[in-house]
Design a protein around this ligand. Structure first.
Ligand SMILES: C[S@@+](CC[C@H](N)C(=O)[O-])C[C@H]1O[C@@H](n2cnc3c(N)ncnc32)[C@H](O)[C@@H]1O
Length: 269
């Protein structure tokens, strides 16, 4: 249970986000009765990547938190993967996993799950061996900056994945639109965005703290993607409501979108 009713946000991610508690609460188990949140993500990401046409030189994960589950099925399709987050504790958890530090979160179940979807469950460690060397860097990121990776300048990126980050970072819908604009600016024309959006979630619990979340609908997420110069290629919906203690939301949308090649500006919402 959260120890206070103070709702944290913004700069609080710098020193109040308990990455171990977050990974433990949301990413210890996959198949939980009545809680399709994790399975839906894994099955959808597997479906997206296994077709073999979402690939390239670089995959950039924005606001990855302490998590690697979103990049596991992508590993064999990219030369390089970069993980990013605003919170030092999340970047530290990423580094721990890369160094096989004993304090790292254990993602074995996730490698096994994806390997089973590949029909290769017995060799699940192969997936881990492919992924680890592909993650070349863990960078600081702030979606409110025009260049979220400032001062690092990347060449335009082939594919960006961002999961539950924009709604967690943004206080209102204008900020959400602008944060998405900043993220999309890193993508090359024709590049793909994979966006995992948590719907109508006012706040969520991490360890003993409550973090604010922007309550946003499926249509608002889709319209913001389109208003930022992307075409929606595929949409995946999970409308199962989730009530886990004080974390409440009513579904997830996963959007695969492509940045328009002729994009010259952005419309306002
Ligand atoms: C709910 S967690 C999502 C983590 C992970 N991507 C997932 O799918 O579970 C929200 C993430 O957004 C990050 N975040 C918060 N403010 C941010 C900002 N201004 N720029 C980039 N990331 C931010 C947090 O540090 C946290 O890792």
């Amino acid at each position: 249970m959260a120890k206070t009713t103070k709702i944290l946000s913004g700069e609080d991610y710098l020193d109040q986000f308990d990455s171990k508690a977050y990974a433990g609460a949301f990413f210890s188990e996959i198949e939980i009765e009545g809680f399709s949140f994790t399975e839906f993500r894994l099955k959808t990401l597997h479906k997206i990547y296994s077709k073999g046409n979402i690939k390239g030189k670089l995959l950039l994960e924005i606001g990855s938190g302490p998590c690697i589950h979103t990049v596991i099925p992508a590993a064999s399709w990219f030369d390089e993967i970069i993980m990013t987050d605003f919170s030092p504790s999340n970047r530290d958890m990423q580094e721990k996993w890369l160094k096989k530090d004993p304090g790292a979160h254990n993602w074995d179940k996730f490698f096994k799950y994806y390997s089973k979807l590949d029909g290769n469950e017995d060799n699940w460690q192969q997936l881990e061996a492919v992924l680890r060397p592909k993650i070349k860097r863990v960078l600081t990121c702030d979606v409110f900056k025009q260049n979220p990776l400032d001062p690092i300048q990347l060449d335009p990126v082939d594919v960006i994945c961002t999961s539950a980050c924009l709604e967690s970072a943004c206080p209102d819908k204008d900020a959400y639109h602008n944060a998405m604009k900043n993220v999309v600016s890193l993508l090359k024309p024709g590049g793909k965005l994979i966006l995992i959006g948590i719907l109508n979630c006012p706040h969520y619990v991490v360890g003993s703290e409550i973090f604010q979340c922007l309550s946003i609908s499926r249509d608002e997420v889709i319209n913001t993607v389109k208003a930022n110069g992307l075409d929606v290629i595929e949409l995946f919906d999970d409308d199962t409501p989730v009530e886990e203690g004080t974390t409440i939301f009513n579904g997830t949308v996963i959007i695969l979108a492509e940045k328009k090649i002729t994009h010259v500006g952005v419309q306002s919402l």
